[in-house]
Write a new protein. Structure first.
Length: 323
């Protein structure tokens, strides 16, 4: 197996110590809690105290960071179908595991949406519409800024919604996948994700209500469809699936391309190193052979000298005998 294959296998196995059922349950629980928190402060908080962008961005980041930190050692704390898809494409999560994670994440969102709508206090004057307007994801008439923009005959159209959702989703997914490895601590991983979601929420909330997560968008949309909103959120839900999925594909493609370039560079460097090593061996062998030849020549010269000296001695001895 190549270094790349070993690394991907290691990444894929980094969150598989727990049984699959436990990991799927962690994704369900983490998604439920994170989404319930988001639904809570975008309903109770905004309806009662108005929209505070700093608070929404900070609270969104903290909600995701906290759940990621809690569940990262169990399932990785992905909590987002787009992150899971990118992890599958880059080999960091097994396909079957990823499919079950996505199902669990969506179910967590549905459960959170059902609970928040169930517990919202409503009266004839305090309707579900008032609570849910700032919690759902939408654009145009479904945007949280629709009422403000309508006074100046403007709106956030689908083009703007798609652009901000894709860019924000890329930030979130890249931060998650890039820190999804054994070398990154759980705290660092959670902090990166929390910061990315906070930045994404600051970018997207005025336009779309800060989707960035298909499961988060689905959970509240299902139970707000009959709440008398200006725009049925289910009719615009497809945007909040397509944009994160496209962002996941972009991130995966870039990361795979970067890995291929690194592998190619490493392979070329390995060839250079091997060539240099072979040249060193050849030079050493040549030097040793040269030394052996010199030794053999010296030995032959010494032997030849000894033979000549012996011949001279024998000649002298014969001469003395003749005398």
């Amino acid at each position: 197996m190549t270094d790349t294959g070993s690394q991907r296998a290691s990444d894929a196995a980094s969150c598989t110590k727990e049984p699959l059922a436990v990991r799927v349950g962690a994704e369900l629980a983490g998604s439920f809690i994170a989404f319930f928190a988001i639904y809570s402060f975008t309903t109770f908080g905004t309806a009662l105290f108005g929209i505070n962008m700093a608070f929404i961005a900070l609270a969104t980041g903290i909600a995701y960071a906290a759940m990621t930190l809690i569940f990262s050692k169990v399932s990785g704390g992905q909590l987002n179908p787009a992150i899971t898809l990118a992890a599958i494409l880059t080999g960091k999560t097994k396909v079957l595991d990823g499919i079950l994670y996505i199902i669990a994440q969506v179910l967590g969102g549905i459960a959170a949406g059902a609970l928040i709508v169930r517990i919202l206090p409503t009266t004839e004057t305090l309707t579900a519409k008032i609570w849910l307007t700032d919690a759902v994801n939408g654009f145009g008439n479904g945007s949280v800024s629709a009422s403000t923009l309508s006074s100046v005959s403007a709106s956030f159209d689908i083009t703007l919604a798609v652009v901000v959702e894709i860019i924000a989703s890329i930030v979130v997914i890249a931060a998650a996948v890039a820190t999804m490895n054994k070398e990154t601590t759980a705290v660092s991983h959670a902090a990166a994700i929390g910061f990315a979601y906070g930045l994404g929420a600051a970018m997207t909330y005025p336009v779309t209500g800060a989707g960035m997560n298909p499961a988060r968008s689905t959970g509240i949309a299902l139970f707000a469809r009959n709440a008398g909103l200006s725009q049925n959120p289910l009719q615009q839900l497809w945007v909040f699936w397509i944009c994160p999925i496209l962002a996941a594909a972009i991130v995966a493609m870039v990361m795979i391309g970067a890995q291929l370039l690194r592998d190619n560079a490493n392979a070329k460097q390995q060839v250079v190193d091997d060539t240099a090593a072979q040249q060193n061996v050849a030079d050493t062998d040549a030097l040793a052979l040269s030394g052996n030849d010199a030794t053999q020549t010296a030995t032959e010269s010494a032997n030849h000298g000894e033979q000549e000296a012996s011949a001279v001695s024998e000649h002298d001895a014969d001469a003395q005998i003749e005398q």
